[in-house]
Design a protein around this ligand. Sequence first.
Ligand code: AMP
Ligand code: MG
Length: 341
Amino acid sequence: MFDTKILKPSDENIDLCATLINQGEIVGMPTETVYGLAANAYDEKAVKKVFAAKGRPADNPLIVHIAEIDMLSELALEVPESARLLAEKFWGGPLTMVLPKSGKIPLITSGGLDTVGIRMPSHDIARSFIKACGVPIAAPSANISGRPSPTTARHVFDDMNGKIPAILDGSECTVGVESTVICFENEGVRILRPGGITKDDLLMVVDNVILDKGILSEVDITEKAASPGMKYKHYSPKTRVILVNGSLDNFLKYVSDNSDDETFLMCFDNDKDKIPAGLNCVFYGSSSKEQAKNLFLILRKLDELGAKKVYARVPSAEGVGLAVYNRILRAASFDVVEVGE
Ligand code: AMP
Ligand code: MG
């Protein structure tokens, strides 16, 4: 058991956390997407601790984080020209590229695959920390597997208290959902998981971008998924989430017929004026960008409020909205009620 400390991101504390990493420990790390649980990507024992602390299935690979583009060629066996162009355009930023891995990445880090997901974050503290570590950092989201991802140091503490020595506090994550994960195919690029970098963003650099079918549909646990993370229960608060798709009027009619005292509504900020007084309601933003930033925070808040059931408005699936929709669909275990426009 550790006495888990939340540390201000001073130079000394960044160095302290880097020392812990070099001693084979794991620590909480801020990034612009969500908080990560960081380990030396080359250290099998440390990576094992990450899987154990999260309760993460062994076949769900970890993303490896780097501080400079140059490190790419140390981790990947081949780097297609389009990957180089995408790195130049979108790194540091919320884009993970799956590439054939070099012999330096242990199998445990890549979940037994011969590929590795690589990302260079934009977050200053993340970059300084990775640089101070001097090794690439394997870091999945720092939540207990299946729970909503953490977007504050406090969320990491709530899930990892006692399991890790330290969490670097880098304030609230600005993107709020995990990175866009892509792989390369003959025809172009396939999005395995939507995130802050959108299909239109990618189309500025490559000619052809396709969306994997696992983004909007359930992936069978026995299937060999392109993105193994997609087949597991994900992003779920304790409260049961039900998506209610339709106009606000029909949404309100439906929930008034199907609610009790412990039911909550999860609506958009621009619904505020039309929600009748006296209802338990939380709001998760108006634009897709705001919704991405707030989604996990609000899902965790619902648990704190003791909500047993929440009816959520369905977000737009355009642009960054696709990432929000992908996450909330899974948080709701694909439970969607259609009420009409
Ligand atoms: P997390 O670290 O919790 O954000 O999850 C990482 C996600 O990236 C998982 O859903 C993985 O399936 C995906 N991922 C990481 N590495 C690979 C890889 N080599 N091939 C396919 N997907 C990957
Ligand atoms: Mg995760």
